[in-house]
Design a protein around this ligand. Structure first.
Ligand SMILES: *Cc1c(COP(=O)(O)O)cnc(C)c1O
Length: 410
């Protein structure tokens, strides 16, 4: 630079922040989209992977990478082998990129019929158009899963806990079927989080998360993660770079901060959910409550085998689906009468959120289709937050009393 650069040159070459002197406890947010090199050779070496470093934010960003490493450490905590992670702009970005990276035209997928709605439509729509076919099966029926396997099957796709019935997948059983067929077991573990279950310990090859839910935990950041062994994650990273759904540094910072309280939050949310499920189940207006902590639930035994427990009790997830006797209108009225729980999409945050299943997440399904999936027309899903359990129970019981006609309606 000349000794007296012009006004605009000075403006864009203002003194740069120096490297932090002290070691900040909280990692910085690296917003820069690009990185300076000392020489053309260094630039080329970083791009070639010969030298470690960062070049461009869509490829790698230190804040985003730190978050992905942290999730990989949580999911791989019980393993001796190496586990890596990649972060994404959303849970669906993680799911779609991983599925694209691990299939090709002509490939076949066996997926749980109960999977997240957008994963279902992705596989049933876009993927079919590009030559990847999927059979959707009752994932609790291992014979049906085995029967659906074909020579072209690349992936068996399930969720640790499914929405909204909290069905628990038999991960070791599914892993055995997938591996026997030379396929991978991919598990969307959003509803569990690594504070409840780490699917890699039970034979899964790949774990996917909507970090928007429990990992972030505060309903203020959208993101996703894929975790698995290095060669799978390398293929997924490469697809991510081409497709472009990188997680922004600001979001990564918030999601990473959320991880610090993940076990505390989730342990408490699970304990409250179990207490809530047991209390609400006894109300005469209630036809059914779905939660794996309840004896008689499909996943009660599997949850004991596969899920963690702590001093606060077994961790069976923090979603509880309460189905009053009645029709869709009854379910909507139940949700509308709640005062502590908030009607809202999403789950896993500090606030208890509720939604009437038949008019929201499963609105495309008829009453018969809902019943076939084990979901009553009046079902209301609770994502239990951090409120006091007695406040949540009292809120639900009052709303149920009002439905029952045993209390004066509002
Ligand atoms: C929310 C969710 C997703 C999608 O995550 P986004 O962050 O909204 O893209 C995928 N799977 C499950 C089970 C979810 O709950």
């Amino acid at each position: 630079m000349t000794n007296h650069p012009g006004e605009n040159t000075r403006a864009v070459r203002l003194p740069a922040p120096s490297a932090p002197v002290g070691r900040s406890v909280r990692g910085p947010v690296h917003r820069s989209t690009t990185y300076a090199f000392g020489s053309s050779q260094e630039y080329a070496d970083v791009l070639d992977g010969v030298q470690e470093g960062y070049s461009y934010a869509r490829i790698d960003n230190p804040t985003t990478e730190a978050f992905a490493h942290a999730v990989a450490a949580l999911e791989g905590a019980g393993l001796d082998r190496e586990v890596r992670g990649q972060a994404f702009a959303s849970g669906m970005a993680a799911v779609s990129t991983a599925l694209l990276a691990l299939t090709e035209a002509g490939a076949h997928v066996v997926a749980a019929r109960s999977i997240y709605g957008n994963t279902y439509s992705l596989l049933d729509g876009l993927f079919r158009r590009f030559g990847v076919s999927t059979d959707f099966v009752d994932i609790t029926d291992l014979d049906a899963v085995r029967a659906a396997i074909r020579p072209q099957t690349r992936i068996v796709f399930t969720e640790t806990l499914s929405n909204p019935t909290m069905t628990v997948s038999d991960l070791p059983g599914l892993a055995a079927i997938a591996h026997e067929a030379g396929a991978l077991l991919a598990v969307d573990s959003t509803f569990a989080s690594p504070a409840v279950c780490r699917p890699l310990e039970h034979g899964a090859d790949l774990v996917l998360h909507s970090a928007t839910k429990y990992l972030g935990g505060h309903s203020d950041a959208t993101g996703g993660v894929a975790v698995g062994r290095p060669e799978l994650i390398a293929a997924i990273r490469s697809a991510r770079i081409d497709l472009g759904p990188c997680l922004a540094a600001d979001e990564a910072f918030l999601l990473h901060r959320g991880l610090e309280t993940l076990p505390l939050r989730v342990a408490r949310q699970c304990a409250t959910a179990a207490e809530f499920a047991a209390a609400v189940q006894r109300h005469p207006a209630v036809a059914r409550v779905d939660h794996p902590g309840l004896p008689g639930h499909q996943g009660h035994r599997l949850a004991r085998e596969l899920f963690d427990s702590g001093p606060e009790g077994a961790r069976c997830g923090a979603v509880v689906t309460v189905t009053p006797h009645g029709d869709r209108g009854t379910g909507m009225a139940f949700a509308d009468r709640l005062r502590v729980a908030t009607i809202a999409a999403s789950l896993g945050g500090t606030h208890t959120l509720v939604g009437h299943v038949g008019s929201t997440t499963h609105r495309q399904m008829s009453d018969e289709a809902l019943r076939a999936a084990g979901i009553g027309p009046a079902a209301v899903r609770f994502s239990i937050g951090l409120e006091e359990p007695e406040d949540l129970v009292a809120d639900a019981l009052a709303a149920l009393d009002a439905l029952d006609g045993s209390a004066s309606p509002m």
